[in-house]
Design a protein around this ligand. Structure first.
Ligand code: BG6
Ligand code: MG
Length: 221
């Protein structure tokens, strides 16, 4: 009997390294606006919606724009991003992700994508992963950006699973906070010295399977 009934995956930085593509696109736009967005600054916007990311950048850079310019810059950032992801293929899927998805399918665990990105379906299609997911929720479907728990709570309702029976994989602090706010078990993917409030944290998916099978699926290892 599995302890976990549904697994929710973030996309950027969890399934594929497009968090870097987002960073490079914001960095390019910021340089045009006279602001140097560093990797440290990027940690504050990681996981946020496009709009909230830009609001945070505006705050960090101490600049301001008309609403018209704001929208114009968001379109520009997205065009930089679309250009960068133009060449991604299944080869860009992060190591260990496909075998974990296969394992969860065999276990009949429900799988959801919970991404703040409005480009999530496009990216999943490019990666040829759409068929693994029972439910996909992205930036087009939610009103409140992570760390608000809306995205995870919506997915758990859709999958008819209690939040406490859901496991979330997240690489951003805002995503980890959102999963905790939803009352779910969260596994951080990344540097455990940088990610706070995740009970479990692994540098990547290659280190996870045994731990996951033993602790969340009651398997003897
Ligand atoms: C998240 C990324 O998944 O999606 C953020 O972590 C990004 O960095 C956000 O800003 C929104 O993405 P998009 O594709 O809608 O601009
Ligand atoms: Mg992410």
């Amino acid at each position: 009997m599995s302890l976990i009934k549904a697994v929710m995956f973030d996309l950027d930085g969890v399934i594929v390294d497009t968090s870097n593509h987002h960073y490079l696109s914001w960095k390019k736009l910021c340089l045009e606006l006279g602001y140097n967005l560093t990797e440290t600054g990027n940690e504050f916007i990681k996981g946020l919606s496009r709009e909230d990311s830009f609001l945070k950048i505006i705050d960090m850079a101490n600049i301001s724009f008309s609403e018209e310019k704001f929208k114009e810059y968001l379109i520009k950032k997205n065009s930089y991003y679309l250009n960068l992801i133009g060449t991604i293929t299944p080869k860009n899927i992060l190591p260990g992700v496909q075998s974990l998805l296969g394992y969860l399918k065999k276990k009949s665990v429900k799988i959801s994508l919970c991404s703040s990105s409005k480009n999530a379906k496009l990216v999943l299609k490019k990666l040829d992963l759409i068929s693994f997911f029972d439910f996909i929720i992205d930036g087009n479907d939610i009103k409140m950006s992570k760390p608000n728990p809306e995205i995870f709570l919506t997915a758990s309702k859709k999958l008819k699973t209690e939040p406490r029976d859901c496991l979330v994989f997240e690489d951003s602090q805002s995503g980890i906070d959102a999963a905790n706010n939803a009352g779910m078990i969260v596994v951080g993917i990344g540097n455990k010295n940088k990610l706070k409030n995740s009970e479990y944290c692994f540098p990547d998916f290659l280190k996870i399977p045994d731990h996951l099978k033993k602790h969340f699926f009651n398997e003897e290892i």
